[in-house]
Design a protein around this ligand. Structure first.
Ligand code: CP3
Length: 337
Protein backbone atom coordinates (compact mmCIF):
# COMPACT_ATOMS: atom_id res chain seq x y z
CA UNK A 1 0.00 0.00 0.00
CA UNK A 2 1.33 3.46 -0.89
CA UNK A 3 2.22 5.90 1.95
CA UNK A 4 -0.82 8.18 1.63
CA UNK A 5 -3.25 5.27 1.35
CA UNK A 6 -1.94 3.82 4.60
CA UNK A 7 -3.09 7.00 6.31
CA UNK A 8 -6.25 7.56 4.31
CA UNK A 9 -7.69 4.05 4.08
CA UNK A 10 -6.04 2.23 6.96
CA UNK A 11 -6.06 5.26 9.28
CA UNK A 12 -2.47 4.42 10.26
CA UNK A 13 -1.45 6.77 13.08
CA UNK A 14 2.25 5.92 12.97
CA UNK A 15 3.01 6.45 9.31
CA UNK A 16 3.09 10.32 9.12
CA UNK A 17 4.11 10.52 5.44
CA UNK A 18 5.38 13.80 4.01
CA UNK A 19 5.02 15.74 0.77
CA UNK A 20 4.86 19.51 0.24
CA UNK A 21 2.65 21.79 -1.78
CA UNK A 22 4.89 23.45 -4.40
CA UNK A 23 7.63 20.95 -3.63
CA UNK A 24 8.76 21.42 -7.23
CA UNK A 25 9.20 25.05 -8.13
CA UNK A 26 10.97 28.29 -7.71
CA UNK A 27 13.00 27.52 -4.57
CA UNK A 28 14.90 24.78 -6.43
CA UNK A 29 17.90 25.89 -8.56
CA UNK A 30 17.28 22.98 -10.97
CA UNK A 31 13.73 24.30 -11.54
CA UNK A 32 14.93 27.85 -12.05
CA UNK A 33 17.36 26.62 -14.67
CA UNK A 34 14.55 25.08 -16.74
CA UNK A 35 12.25 28.04 -16.05
CA UNK A 36 14.86 30.50 -17.35
CA UNK A 37 14.88 28.76 -20.71
CA UNK A 38 11.07 28.53 -20.79
CA UNK A 39 9.75 32.04 -20.36
CA UNK A 40 6.17 31.04 -21.13
CA UNK A 41 4.84 29.31 -18.00
CA UNK A 42 1.71 27.93 -19.70
CA UNK A 43 3.79 26.35 -22.44
CA UNK A 44 6.09 24.91 -19.79
CA UNK A 45 3.07 23.24 -18.13
CA UNK A 46 2.25 21.64 -21.49
CA UNK A 47 5.77 20.46 -22.27
CA UNK A 48 5.68 16.73 -21.54
CA UNK A 49 9.42 16.24 -21.14
CA UNK A 50 9.90 19.26 -18.88
CA UNK A 51 6.84 18.46 -16.78
CA UNK A 52 8.18 14.99 -16.12
CA UNK A 53 11.59 16.34 -15.14
CA UNK A 54 10.21 19.07 -12.89
CA UNK A 55 7.75 16.72 -11.16
CA UNK A 56 10.59 14.34 -10.33
CA UNK A 57 13.13 17.00 -9.27
CA UNK A 58 12.14 17.01 -5.57
CA UNK A 59 12.06 13.19 -5.48
CA UNK A 60 15.62 13.06 -6.74
CA UNK A 61 16.75 15.32 -3.91
CA UNK A 62 14.57 14.24 -1.02
CA UNK A 63 12.97 11.24 0.63
CA UNK A 64 9.38 12.33 -0.05
CA UNK A 65 6.34 10.03 -0.03
CA UNK A 66 4.49 11.53 -2.99
CA UNK A 67 4.93 13.51 -6.16
CA UNK A 68 2.43 16.12 -7.33
CA UNK A 69 2.18 16.54 -11.08
CA UNK A 70 3.70 19.84 -12.19
CA UNK A 71 0.81 21.79 -13.66
CA UNK A 72 -1.54 24.61 -12.61
CA UNK A 73 -5.16 25.00 -11.57
CA UNK A 74 -5.50 27.47 -14.46
CA UNK A 75 -5.09 24.68 -17.01
CA UNK A 76 -8.89 24.22 -16.78
CA UNK A 77 -9.76 27.76 -17.96
CA UNK A 78 -7.10 27.25 -20.65
CA UNK A 79 -8.74 23.98 -21.72
CA UNK A 80 -12.01 25.90 -21.94
CA UNK A 81 -10.53 28.31 -24.46
CA UNK A 82 -9.78 31.25 -22.14
CA UNK A 83 -6.33 32.71 -22.62
CA UNK A 84 -4.01 32.39 -19.61
CA UNK A 85 -0.70 34.19 -19.19
CA UNK A 86 1.66 34.50 -16.24
CA UNK A 87 3.22 37.92 -15.96
CA UNK A 88 6.40 38.48 -14.05
CA UNK A 89 5.80 40.03 -10.60
CA UNK A 90 2.04 40.03 -11.22
CA UNK A 91 0.85 36.44 -11.42
CA UNK A 92 -1.83 35.01 -13.65
CA UNK A 93 -3.60 37.15 -16.23
CA UNK A 94 -6.63 35.70 -18.02
CA UNK A 95 -8.41 36.84 -21.16
CA UNK A 96 -12.12 37.39 -21.88
CA UNK A 97 -14.56 34.64 -21.04
CA UNK A 98 -17.80 33.70 -22.80
CA UNK A 99 -20.41 32.13 -20.54
CA UNK A 100 -22.33 30.60 -23.44
CA UNK A 101 -19.02 29.40 -24.82
CA UNK A 102 -18.32 27.46 -21.62
CA UNK A 103 -21.85 26.11 -21.44
CA UNK A 104 -21.62 24.65 -24.94
CA UNK A 105 -17.96 23.74 -24.93
CA UNK A 106 -16.87 20.52 -26.64
CA UNK A 107 -15.55 17.91 -24.19
CA UNK A 108 -13.27 16.44 -26.83
CA UNK A 109 -11.63 19.78 -27.49
CA UNK A 110 -11.09 20.26 -23.75
CA UNK A 111 -9.39 16.87 -23.45
CA UNK A 112 -7.33 17.50 -26.55
CA UNK A 113 -6.03 20.83 -25.26
CA UNK A 114 -5.03 19.25 -21.96
CA UNK A 115 -3.68 16.06 -23.49
CA UNK A 116 -0.04 17.00 -22.66
CA UNK A 117 -1.00 17.00 -18.96
CA UNK A 118 -2.33 13.45 -19.25
CA UNK A 119 0.64 12.31 -21.28
CA UNK A 120 3.00 13.76 -18.65
CA UNK A 121 1.15 11.84 -15.92
CA UNK A 122 1.56 8.57 -17.86
CA UNK A 123 5.28 9.27 -18.28
CA UNK A 124 5.88 10.22 -14.65
CA UNK A 125 3.90 7.22 -13.41
CA UNK A 126 6.24 4.82 -15.22
CA UNK A 127 9.40 6.21 -13.61
CA UNK A 128 11.10 4.05 -11.01
CA UNK A 129 11.34 6.99 -8.62
CA UNK A 130 7.60 6.59 -8.11
CA UNK A 131 7.84 3.01 -6.93
CA UNK A 132 5.67 2.69 -3.83
CA UNK A 133 4.95 6.43 -3.82
CA UNK A 134 1.76 8.31 -4.53
CA UNK A 135 1.23 10.49 -7.57
CA UNK A 136 -1.11 13.37 -6.83
CA UNK A 137 -3.25 15.05 -9.47
CA UNK A 138 -5.24 18.19 -8.74
CA UNK A 139 -7.84 20.74 -9.72
CA UNK A 140 -8.86 24.11 -8.35
CA UNK A 141 -12.10 24.11 -6.42
CA UNK A 142 -15.16 25.16 -8.49
CA UNK A 143 -15.30 28.49 -6.64
CA UNK A 144 -11.58 29.26 -6.95
CA UNK A 145 -11.59 28.35 -10.65
CA UNK A 146 -14.60 30.62 -11.17
CA UNK A 147 -12.89 33.46 -9.29
CA UNK A 148 -9.95 33.33 -11.70
CA UNK A 149 -12.17 33.01 -14.77
CA UNK A 150 -14.33 36.02 -13.88
CA UNK A 151 -11.80 38.18 -12.03
CA UNK A 152 -9.07 37.41 -14.64
CA UNK A 153 -6.30 37.59 -12.02
CA UNK A 154 -5.71 36.82 -8.33
CA UNK A 155 -8.29 38.81 -6.34
CA UNK A 156 -6.79 41.63 -4.31
CA UNK A 157 -9.11 42.95 -1.61
CA UNK A 158 -12.71 42.68 -2.76
CA UNK A 159 -14.40 40.87 -5.61
CA UNK A 160 -16.06 42.92 -8.37
CA UNK A 161 -19.78 43.57 -8.77
CA UNK A 162 -20.27 40.61 -11.08
CA UNK A 163 -19.82 38.31 -8.05
CA UNK A 164 -23.11 39.55 -6.57
CA UNK A 165 -25.04 38.01 -9.49
CA UNK A 166 -26.06 34.80 -7.71
CA UNK A 167 -27.81 33.19 -10.66
CA UNK A 168 -24.78 33.70 -12.85
CA UNK A 169 -22.45 32.30 -10.19
CA UNK A 170 -24.63 29.24 -9.62
CA UNK A 171 -24.86 28.49 -13.35
CA UNK A 172 -21.16 29.02 -13.90
CA UNK A 173 -20.24 26.78 -10.96
CA UNK A 174 -22.30 24.04 -12.59
CA UNK A 175 -20.68 24.40 -16.02
CA UNK A 176 -17.14 24.71 -14.61
CA UNK A 177 -17.69 21.68 -12.37
CA UNK A 178 -18.41 19.52 -15.42
CA UNK A 179 -14.93 20.25 -16.74
CA UNK A 180 -13.26 19.89 -13.35
CA UNK A 181 -14.87 16.45 -13.20
CA UNK A 182 -13.58 15.62 -16.65
CA UNK A 183 -10.09 16.80 -15.68
CA UNK A 184 -10.15 14.68 -12.50
CA UNK A 185 -11.32 11.63 -14.47
CA UNK A 186 -8.66 12.03 -17.16
CA UNK A 187 -5.88 12.47 -14.58
CA UNK A 188 -6.95 9.33 -12.73
CA UNK A 189 -7.18 7.37 -15.99
CA UNK A 190 -3.64 8.51 -16.81
CA UNK A 191 -2.19 7.31 -13.51
CA UNK A 192 -2.60 9.66 -10.55
CA UNK A 193 -3.79 7.77 -7.48
CA UNK A 194 -4.84 10.74 -5.30
CA UNK A 195 -6.63 14.01 -6.07
CA UNK A 196 -6.22 17.28 -4.22
CA UNK A 197 -8.76 20.09 -4.62
CA UNK A 198 -7.18 23.52 -4.08
CA UNK A 199 -9.81 26.02 -2.99
CA UNK A 200 -7.41 28.90 -2.41
CA UNK A 201 -10.11 31.57 -2.34
CA UNK A 202 -12.72 29.70 -0.28
CA UNK A 203 -12.08 32.26 2.48
CA UNK A 204 -13.66 35.01 0.35
CA UNK A 205 -17.14 33.49 0.43
CA UNK A 206 -19.66 34.98 2.87
CA UNK A 207 -21.18 32.53 5.37
CA UNK A 208 -24.61 32.76 3.78
CA UNK A 209 -23.25 31.55 0.43
CA UNK A 210 -21.00 28.75 1.69
CA UNK A 211 -23.50 25.99 0.95
CA UNK A 212 -24.18 27.02 -2.64
CA UNK A 213 -20.71 28.22 -3.63
CA UNK A 214 -18.40 25.88 -1.74
CA UNK A 215 -19.98 22.90 0.01
CA UNK A 216 -22.43 21.68 -2.65
CA UNK A 217 -20.21 21.87 -5.75
CA UNK A 218 -17.09 20.62 -3.93
CA UNK A 219 -18.94 17.68 -2.40
CA UNK A 220 -19.97 16.61 -5.90
CA UNK A 221 -16.33 16.55 -7.02
CA UNK A 222 -15.35 14.62 -3.89
CA UNK A 223 -18.11 12.06 -4.48
CA UNK A 224 -17.07 11.67 -8.10
CA UNK A 225 -13.41 11.15 -7.13
CA UNK A 226 -14.36 8.60 -4.46
CA UNK A 227 -16.53 6.75 -7.01
CA UNK A 228 -13.31 6.13 -8.98
CA UNK A 229 -11.79 4.50 -5.88
CA UNK A 230 -9.40 7.41 -5.52
CA UNK A 231 -8.94 9.40 -2.32
CA UNK A 232 -9.69 13.11 -2.35
CA UNK A 233 -7.84 15.72 -0.26
CA UNK A 234 -9.48 19.13 0.12
CA UNK A 235 -7.62 22.35 0.88
CA UNK A 236 -10.16 25.16 1.49
CA UNK A 237 -7.65 27.88 2.36
CA UNK A 238 -8.66 30.45 4.99
CA UNK A 239 -12.07 28.94 5.57
CA UNK A 240 -13.43 29.96 8.98
CA UNK A 241 -14.98 26.67 10.02
CA UNK A 242 -13.03 23.58 9.01
CA UNK A 243 -15.36 21.29 10.99
CA UNK A 244 -18.44 22.50 9.16
CA UNK A 245 -16.60 22.25 5.84
CA UNK A 246 -15.51 18.67 6.58
CA UNK A 247 -18.98 17.60 7.67
CA UNK A 248 -20.54 19.03 4.52
CA UNK A 249 -17.96 18.19 1.86
CA UNK A 250 -16.82 14.82 3.29
CA UNK A 251 -13.32 14.65 1.83
CA UNK A 252 -11.01 11.72 2.66
CA UNK A 253 -8.43 14.17 4.01
CA UNK A 254 -8.71 17.79 5.09
CA UNK A 255 -5.64 19.96 4.43
CA UNK A 256 -5.38 22.92 6.82
CA UNK A 257 -3.78 26.34 6.43
CA UNK A 258 -1.52 28.03 8.99
CA UNK A 259 -4.12 30.47 10.33
CA UNK A 260 -6.10 27.75 12.00
CA UNK A 261 -5.34 26.42 15.49
CA UNK A 262 -4.13 22.83 15.01
CA UNK A 263 -5.21 21.88 18.56
CA UNK A 264 -8.79 22.77 17.71
CA UNK A 265 -8.59 20.74 14.51
CA UNK A 266 -7.18 17.69 16.33
CA UNK A 267 -9.96 17.96 18.89
CA UNK A 268 -12.87 18.47 16.50
CA UNK A 269 -12.09 16.61 13.28
CA UNK A 270 -11.84 12.87 13.08
CA UNK A 271 -10.86 12.28 9.45
CA UNK A 272 -7.20 12.19 8.31
CA UNK A 273 -5.58 15.62 8.42
CA UNK A 274 -2.82 17.15 6.29
CA UNK A 275 -0.57 20.18 6.59
CA UNK A 276 -0.74 23.29 8.71
CA UNK A 277 2.76 24.56 9.41
CA UNK A 278 3.51 28.06 8.17
CA UNK A 279 5.87 27.89 5.14
CA UNK A 280 7.68 30.94 6.61
CA UNK A 281 9.10 28.66 9.32
CA UNK A 282 11.33 27.22 6.59
CA UNK A 283 12.85 30.70 6.20
CA UNK A 284 14.03 30.83 9.83
CA UNK A 285 16.62 28.49 11.33
CA UNK A 286 16.95 24.77 12.03
CA UNK A 287 16.21 25.07 15.73
CA UNK A 288 12.99 26.95 15.12
CA UNK A 289 12.05 24.55 12.33
CA UNK A 290 12.54 21.63 14.68
CA UNK A 291 10.36 23.25 17.32
CA UNK A 292 7.45 23.94 14.96
CA UNK A 293 7.69 20.63 13.11
CA UNK A 294 7.56 18.72 16.38
CA UNK A 295 4.63 20.83 17.56
CA UNK A 296 2.53 19.71 14.58
CA UNK A 297 3.73 16.12 14.82
CA UNK A 298 2.88 15.94 18.54
CA UNK A 299 -0.52 17.58 18.17
CA UNK A 300 -1.43 15.01 15.51
CA UNK A 301 0.45 12.12 17.10
CA UNK A 302 -2.69 10.08 17.78
CA UNK A 303 -4.27 11.08 14.48
CA UNK A 304 -3.89 9.83 10.90
CA UNK A 305 -1.75 12.73 9.65
CA UNK A 306 0.09 13.63 6.43
CA UNK A 307 2.86 16.16 7.05
CA UNK A 308 2.65 19.17 4.72
CA UNK A 309 2.64 22.97 5.02
CA UNK A 310 -0.25 25.39 5.42
CA UNK A 311 0.44 26.71 1.88
CA UNK A 312 3.10 26.23 -0.79
CA UNK A 313 6.89 26.28 -0.26
CA UNK A 314 8.04 29.91 -0.68
CA UNK A 315 10.48 30.83 -3.46
CA UNK A 316 13.04 32.18 -0.91
CA UNK A 317 13.29 28.80 0.85
CA UNK A 318 16.73 27.25 1.22
CA UNK A 319 16.51 23.68 -0.14
CA UNK A 320 18.63 22.45 2.80
CA UNK A 321 15.81 23.51 5.17
CA UNK A 322 13.41 21.26 3.25
CA UNK A 323 15.96 18.46 3.59
CA UNK A 324 16.11 19.05 7.35
CA UNK A 325 12.31 19.14 7.66
CA UNK A 326 12.04 15.73 6.02
CA UNK A 327 14.73 14.38 8.32
CA UNK A 328 12.81 15.63 11.36
CA UNK A 329 9.60 13.96 10.23
CA UNK A 330 11.43 10.68 9.60
CA UNK A 331 13.11 10.88 13.00
CA UNK A 332 9.76 11.37 14.70
CA UNK A 333 8.38 8.34 12.85
CA UNK A 334 11.24 6.14 14.02
CA UNK A 335 10.75 7.23 17.59
CA UNK A 336 7.03 6.59 17.69
CA UNK A 337 7.00 3.26 15.85
O1 CP3 B 1 2.35 22.03 -5.87
C1 CP3 B 1 3.07 21.78 -6.85
O2 CP3 B 1 4.30 21.71 -6.77
C2 CP3 B 1 2.41 21.44 -8.18
C3 CP3 B 1 2.32 22.53 -9.10
C4 CP3 B 1 1.35 23.65 -8.82
C5 CP3 B 1 1.55 24.94 -9.33
N1 CP3 B 1 0.44 25.68 -9.06
C6 CP3 B 1 2.74 25.37 -10.08
C7 CP3 B 1 3.04 26.82 -10.17
C8 CP3 B 1 0.12 23.65 -8.15
C9 CP3 B 1 -0.58 22.55 -7.36
C10 CP3 B 1 -0.45 24.95 -8.34
C11 CP3 B 1 -1.79 25.31 -7.83
C12 CP3 B 1 -2.24 26.70 -7.94
N2 CP3 B 1 -2.04 27.54 -8.99
C13 CP3 B 1 -3.04 27.36 -6.99
C14 CP3 B 1 -3.56 26.73 -5.72
C15 CP3 B 1 -2.57 26.77 -4.62
C16 CP3 B 1 -2.26 28.16 -4.12
O3 CP3 B 1 -1.14 28.62 -4.38
O4 CP3 B 1 -3.13 28.77 -3.51
C17 CP3 B 1 -3.29 28.65 -7.47
C18 CP3 B 1 -4.10 29.74 -6.79
C19 CP3 B 1 -2.66 28.76 -8.74
C20 CP3 B 1 -2.65 29.92 -9.66
C21 CP3 B 1 -1.28 30.49 -9.77
N3 CP3 B 1 -0.24 29.88 -10.45
C22 CP3 B 1 -0.78 31.71 -9.25
C23 CP3 B 1 -1.60 32.69 -8.42
C24 CP3 B 1 0.55 31.83 -9.64
C25 CP3 B 1 1.50 33.00 -9.45
C26 CP3 B 1 1.91 33.21 -8.07
C27 CP3 B 1 2.64 32.04 -7.44
O5 CP3 B 1 2.08 31.47 -6.49
O6 CP3 B 1 3.73 31.68 -7.90
C28 CP3 B 1 0.89 30.64 -10.34
C29 CP3 B 1 2.22 30.31 -10.92
C30 CP3 B 1 2.83 29.02 -10.56
N4 CP3 B 1 2.16 27.83 -10.48
C31 CP3 B 1 4.20 28.78 -10.29
C32 CP3 B 1 4.34 27.42 -10.05
C33 CP3 B 1 5.62 26.67 -9.79
C34 CP3 B 1 5.30 29.84 -10.34
C35 CP3 B 1 5.68 30.03 -11.75
C36 CP3 B 1 6.95 30.81 -11.92
O7 CP3 B 1 6.87 32.04 -12.00
O8 CP3 B 1 8.01 30.18 -12.04
Amino acid sequence: MTPLRKVIYKKDKFAKPIWLMRQAGRYLPEFRKIRKKNTNFVKLCLNVKNVKNITLQPLKRYDLDAAIIFSDILMVPLGLGQSVEFKKNFGPFLGPVSIDGIKNYDNRLFKKKLDPVYKSIRNVKRDKLLKNKDLIGFVGGPWTTLVYMLNKSSPKVKLGKIFSDKLLIKDLLKYISNYLTLHIQSQIKSGVNTIQIFDSWAGLVEDKNLHEYIYKPTRKLVEFTKSLKTPCICFPRNIKNYTQYTNNVKPDVISIDYNVNPNEIAKNINIPIQGGMNPKILLSNKKNLEKHTNTYLRIFEAHPYIFNLGHGVLPQTDPSMVQYLIKLVRKFNERSS
